[in-house]
Design a protein around this ligand. Structure first.
Ligand SMILES: [Mg+2]
Length: 257
């Protein structure tokens, strides 16, 4: 669907709560997490969305809040980081109790040792978890899944998540669905139609949650999804979001076709 068709299917922005994933949704994916390029217009776009929604806009990402702050230094709105393990609301950062704990430190050291035993893999520390990347040695997948599963099983409160060529150990009581549900219950996100824009499996759970509650979801990019709406790529989504900020949603953007 084109940017214009997408906007025509949305409710008026001022009556909507907007949840946005970051990587692959607002910005194009890159070879490495640090390699992404933040589009020049993105900070202004986020400010404008925040303004029109009266603050009912949140970034909901697997990245840490600190990493997102580095990419978007001027953004003062709500940021959910680490799939919900971190929340920055009204400028105050709240973090999952496992962050900085001895248990997490021990787990991180174990994964770093695992990475040293398997050249080609990379261990990435996160504030509330640890990721093992194996893009360069895909043949090791079964072995690494088995070792990481063992680590999850021996660390209470930790579970294993599989992503594209990466295995993440993180708290078992977080997720984008839980984070979105929590925000939906508080101002200014409550009493509005909500929509989540996202591109991968971690977004699908939050999309399902919103759809189950009569809300909306939009998939960015190709691939299977439960979302009824779709944007072709981050560029098309940003174009649609700009249109949305300057119009009234469905009434203001009738299809001209
Ligand atoms: Mg993403």
């Amino acid at each position: 669907m084109s940017a214009r068709d997408l906007v025509a299917a949305l409710p008026p922005l001022r009556e909507t709560a907007v949840f946005l994933d970051f990587d692959g949704t607002l910005v194009d994916l890159a070879e490495t997490p640090d390699g992404i390029a933040v589009p020049e217009d993105l900070p202004d776009l986020l400010d404008r969305l925040t303004e029109v929604t009266g603050g009912a806009l949140a970034l909901v990402s697997g990245r840490s809040v600190g990493a997102l702050e580095e990419f978007l230094p001027g953004f003062e709105g709500v940021i959910i980081g680490g799939h919900g393990a971190e929340q920055r609301i009204d400028g105050l950062l709240e973090t999952h109790p496992l962050a900085g704990s001895e248990a997490l430190g021990q787990l991180t050291r174990a994964v770093e040792a695992l990475a040293r035993q398997h050249p080609g893999t990379i261990a990435e520390r996160k504030p509330t978890g640890v990721v093992l990347h194996y893009r360069r040695v895909p043949d090791l997948e079964a072995r690494l899944v088995s070792r990481m599963s063992d680590l999850a099983a021996t660390h209470p409160g930790i579970e294993l998540h599989r992503a594209k060529m990466a295995l993440e150990l993180r708290p078992d009581d977080i997720g984008k669905d839980i984070a979105v549900g929590l925000l939906r219950s508080r101002q200014p996100f409550d009493c509005r139609k909500a929509i989540l824009f996202g591109d991968d499996a971690t977004d699908e759970v939050a999309m399902r949650y919103l759809l189950d509650h009569g809300d909306l979801a939009c998939k960015v990019g190709t691939g299977e999804t439960g979302a009824p709406l779709r944007a072709e790529d981050p560029t098309e989504l940003r174009a649609a979001l700009w249109m949305w900020t300057s119009g009234e949603g469905s009434e203001a953007w009738p299809s001209k076709d």
